[in-house]
Design a binder for this molecule. Structure first.
Ligand SMILES: [Zn+2]
Length: 254
């Protein structure tokens, strides 16, 4: 075994409350493109900002058109070995929380419990009414948009309905952010997987635990914004879908 993978296995073996921070790199093996990456849609398509969505029907339509195209990608995606390894760690009681920047719902599909999961950028599986907050499955709205060509509105209150993902320019859900921060206070290991750690405030989550001496490991192919972190314990530049499951197996065997 690669010594670094062995070292990650040892960190996991010793930990009892791991905070796992996951990013786009863990879902590319499931067929989900990295929206912000070199071939991501935001290189060719202009994102609709939250204030634009609120301001005009034209932008709401552009936004829903993008969601319709993305929905087919999400529908076909299945969890991979990284999602499964996260579930195995939860089953042996080692997971404090999984904070994911991904909106694909694959941690849930793999079997991660709702109370151990913070989808910090929301989920593409649901839509939320911006007036009454009611949550509904996204398919209902996509079907109705394709059928009627009318931008979805709330059946309960007539408010604007938007996919329950955090848009550019939209604040994070304070409850989700608070849960992530509470867990950051309790964890005894931080492992960041498949993230360039360049999107805030998600990338700020490791700050508090590492400043009180909690070990911090990063697995990502390519550079991350935390590579120069003064107290970084372990940095593995490699394929997260190989490295992380192998390290978890080593920890569970050890
Ligand atoms: Zn409503």
């Amino acid at each position: 075994m690669d010594p670094d993978v062995g070292a990650l296995g040892q960190l996991i073996d010793r930990a009892h409350a791991i905070l796992i921070l996951t990013g786009a790199g863990i879902s590319t093996a499931s067929g989900i493109p990295d929206f912000r990456g070199p071939n991501g849609i935001w290189k060719t398509e202009r994102p609709v900002h939250f204030d634009q969505f609120l301001a005009s029907e034209k932008h709401r339509r552009a936004y829903w058109d993008q969601k319709v195209r993305a929905a087919t990608v999400f529908q076909d995606a299945k969890p991979n070995r990284v999602h499964d390894a996260c579930v195995e760690l939860e089953q042996v009681g080692k997971v404090e929380v999984i904070v994911t920047q991904n909106i694909d719902g694959l941690h849930s599909d793999a079997g991660t419990s709702t109370d151990r999961l913070v989808e910090i950028h929301g989920t593409a599986r649901e839509a939320a009414c911006l007036s009454c907050d009611i949550r509904t499955p996204i398919e209902v709205h996509i079907d109705s948009y394709l059928r009627t060509d009318n931008v979805p509105i709330c059946n309960e209150c007539g408010g604007l309905v938007k996919p329950a993902t955090i848009s550019f320019g939209q604040s994070l859900d304070p409850v989700s952010l608070d849960r992530a921060q509470q867990s950051a206070e309790r964890c005894d290991l931080v492992v960041a997987l498949g993230s360039t750690l360049g999107v805030y405030p998600a990338a700020r989550i490791p700050y508090a635990p590492t400043s009180r001496g909690v070990p911090y490991a990063i697995v990502n192919k390519g550079e991350t914004e935390h590579d120069g972190w003064p107290t970084l314990t372990l940095r593995i530049d490699g394929d997260v879908t190989l490295v992380f499951p192998e390290a978890v197996q080593a920890a569970l065997a050890g």
